[in-house]
Design a protein around this ligand. Structure first.
Ligand code: MLT
Length: 327
């Protein structure tokens, strides 16, 4: 073969070789080749943090790279969410967001610096978490009926804990306070990890929290659980009645946590992260721990990026009905 022809043949082979891999950009091909940061927009020890570490640890094994949890707190989880929205869209920063940061906050912050519907690539829904109405151990009401009467009679003297405007605990207790027609004093914390510590210490009166954060405390008898805000009792809290059983069927509330990447993250990278998250949710140890903490595991059809994108849009609209802009 003449030199000239051979050169053309080599160039053509090289082009074909490139074409063959063109469908997956180089960046995605060897992803991940270093540690991934998973932002948790609340303090360590809260439900979002617990779920992030549980699922993150399993995802790290699948992806072959460490997943480093970074707690970035403040403003009901929106500080960490802004950080994530502005991060490089190279797949090495993701966020464990939730119904507060990626839905309710659109209604509570008129000038929110991100839109969860457009400024993120949805990766996967991770868990569903029933909301539980909690009181400090020596809070006078014995049951939900007495809780309702007591809170109505003493509203302005009561301290209701939450994790910042727009958080799940803020949003779901705003809904409860609306159903009861009361305006207690809101006491913000950097997450419901610290809020729970204050409740156990008797420094605040009540809290609406994700069941993930509640089970050990209720089982330990350090707080009161008045009701779970779902139609059925939760197997991890078998003695806690539902709000319907307690005479408050109008109060139904649950939350969800989900993984997101910055807008523009390569779809092939999103697919790898989604597959690793789905694998974690099929892992028996992860399932056992999630269920022990009262969580619901999404069905496979609920775990796709498209399903999460639809959930975010629907939830933004849903919570807009209950929430007013703050500040
Ligand atoms: C947390 O993890 O601290 C909670 O999700 C905060 C909240 O949303 O109430």
């Amino acid at each position: 073969m003449k030199t000239f022809d051979r050169r053309i043949a080599v160039a053509a082979l090289g082009a074909f070789a490139m074409l063959g891999t063109a469908s997956v950009p180089a960046q995605a091909q060897d992803y991940p080749n270093r540690a991934i940061t998973m932002i948790v927009p609340f303090a360590a020890g809260g439900p979002t943090d617990v779920v992030a570490r549980l699922v993150g640890e399993n995802m790290a094994k699948t992806l072959g790279q460490p997943i480093i949890i970074e707690n970035v707190v403040g403003a009901g989880g929106t500080t960490g969410s802004i950080r994530a929205a502005r991060a490089a869209n190279d797949g090495y920063t993701v966020i464990m967001g939730h119904m507060g940061t990626h839905a309710a906050s659109v209604s509570t912050y008129p000038k929110l610096a991100y839109d969860p519907r457009t400024d993120f690539e949805p990766i996967a829904l991770i868990n569903g978490a029933a909301i539980v109405i909690l009181g400090r151990k020596d809070f006078p009401p014995k049951d939900l009926k007495e809780f309702v009467a007591y809170v109505k009679a003493n509203e302005t003297k009561l301290n209701q804990a939450h994790a910042g405007v727009g958080s799940v605990s803020y949003t779901t207790c705003e809904m409860l306070n609306g159903v009861l027609g009361v305006k207690p004093v809101g006491v913000p914390f950097q997450g419901t990890g610290p809020a729970m510590n204050a409740l156990v210490a008797g420094q605040v009166d009540y809290l609406c929290d994700q069941i993930t954060n509640v089970v050990p405390q209720v089982q330990g008898g350090t707080i009161k659980a008045y009701a779970v805000a779902t139609p059925e009792r939760n197997p991890s809290l078998p003695d806690t009645p539902t709000t319907t059983e307690g005479g408050l069927p109008a109060y139904q509330a649950s939350a969800w946590n989900a993984l997101f990447a910055p807008k523009g993250t390569d779809p092939a990278i999103v697919a790898k992260l989604n597959a690793a998250a789905a694998k974690a949710l099929d892992d028996e140890k992860v399932i056992a721990r999630m269920k022990e903490l009262g969580n619901d595991i999404p069905k496979p059809a609920e775990r796709t990026p498209a399903a999460l994108g639809k959930l975010v849009k629907d939830e933004v609209d849903k919570w807009a009905k209950y929430l007013k802009p703050v500040g």
